[in-house]
Design a protein around this ligand. Structure first.
Ligand SMILES: Cc1cc2nc3c(=O)[nH]c(=O)nc-3n(C[C@H](O)[C@H](O)[C@H](O)COP(=O)(O)O)c2cc1C
Length: 336
């Protein structure tokens, strides 16, 4: 299927959530599956692509994070570490003296090129021209992420093939270029960008086919859904997180910068209330500093990323969910 023909994209979800079975299941059912590879090494990216192909997914996307412009200063690092010490104590996790770095972007990018997915999508910035050209030479479709009209215009000017317009309802990190970007409701963002010639992919709070039909009527070519897939049995969602999603009410989510240094939305827990640290290092150093706590602690100190539609999630297998959403979309477009 050509990129322009997709109406549904299974959002990339780094951290082991968008497993090979999720991506292949989505692709086999007629959506575009996406591997969230932002935290994977080059070798792990190759293995992930092999896994999707072995599970029967042919066309899929690989997604990476554009690296930050600067590291935390020593003072920022020390202040953030000091502010996190009580959080580690409350989470009953010993404060480590070493915080592993994120994988090298160049190595990730080269592995992605070698894996040769149908689509390369990225978040947190703009892709250098030489890298765009390397993708083009291999026939890889290019998709960037914007959270404002200015960011969308910049990506369109770079010549991308598609722009994910991510509204503030979205689960996970705000993927704009500006780490402190305010965020806009999806409807307002679509409205502000609908004159752009580049295909727009709406993201944020979309949970069913009626939501998809609505954003397509407002100018989107497709929708990218993340939270909707988190309760699928094939997803790598941990048990406590699944339970929090199953229990979520309409106001279950909130945003925080305390986990990573970038704004992100999830089920409200210690990261969103008075227990959260007030001194926060810039992304990705804050992510490095909080990672051991989030891995080892209980659910109150985990990052339970989810969008505002969390309470409308369905615990269906991936292929069935894609089919149901497509049926709902068709029905809604006929009646709308
Ligand atoms: C658990 C989780 C992890 C995510 N990880 C990524 C990621 O690695 N790369 C990316 O571009 N977007 C990521 N996102 C954001 C999605 O691409 C998308 O914008 C978002 O899921 C849309 O909002 P929704 O969750 O309400 O559907 C993530 C979202 C969630 C919920």
């Amino acid at each position: 299927m050509a990129f322009q023909d997709y109406t549904l994209i299974q959002a990339p979800m780094a951290g082991g959530l968008s497993t090979a079975d999720v991506v292949a299941g989505a692709s086999r059912a007629g959506a575009l599956g996406s591997v969230g590879a932002g935290y994977l090494s080059g070798d792990a990216i190759m293995a992930a692509a092999d896994g999707v192909r072995a599970a029967g997914g042919d066309a899929f996307a690989i997604n990476l994070f554009i690296p930050a412009q600067r590291d935390a200063t020593d003072a920022e690092w020390r202040a953030a570490l000091k502010a996190l010490a009580p959080c580690y104590r409350q989470g009953e996790v010993p404060l480590p003296d070493h915080f592993p770095k994120l994988p090298d972007f160049r190595e990730q990018f080269d592995a992605m090129l070698e894996a040769r997915p149908a689509v390369f999508s990225w978040t947190f910035g703009r892709l250098p021209r030489s890298m765009m050209a390397a993708c083009r030479a291999r026939g890889i479709t290019l998709v960037g992420t914007a959270t404002s009209r200015d960011e969308a215009l910049a990506l369109a000017g770079d010549g991308v093939d598609g722009i994910v317009l991510q509204g503030e309802e979205a689960g996970g990190h705000r993927g704009g270029v500006d780490p402190q970007g305010e965020g806009l409701p999806l409807a307002a963002l679509l409205d502000a960008c609908r004159d752009l010639a580049t295909p727009l992919i709406a993201a944020g709070g979309l949970m069913d086919g009626a939501d998809l039909a609505r954003v397509m009527a407002a100018g989107a070519a497709a929708g990218q859904l993340g939270t909707a897939f988190l309760r699928c049995p094939e997803a790598g969602t941990a048990e406590g997180w699944r339970q929090a999603l199953a229990d979520a009410g309409p106001d279950a989510t909130a945003v925080t910068r305390a986990v990573s240094g970038r704004w992100a939305r999830g089920i409200a827990n210690a990261w969103m209330d008075g227990r959260a640290p007030t001194e926060v290092a810039p992304y990705p150093d804050q992510h490095r500093l909080t990672s051991p706590l989030r891995k080892a602690a209980g659910v109150e100190w985990k990052s339970l990323w989810a969008g505002t539609g969390a309470h409308r999630g369905r615990a269906l297998p991936v292929a069935e969910l894609v089919q149901v959403i497509e049926d709902e979309r068709r029905a809604a477009s006929r009646s709308g």
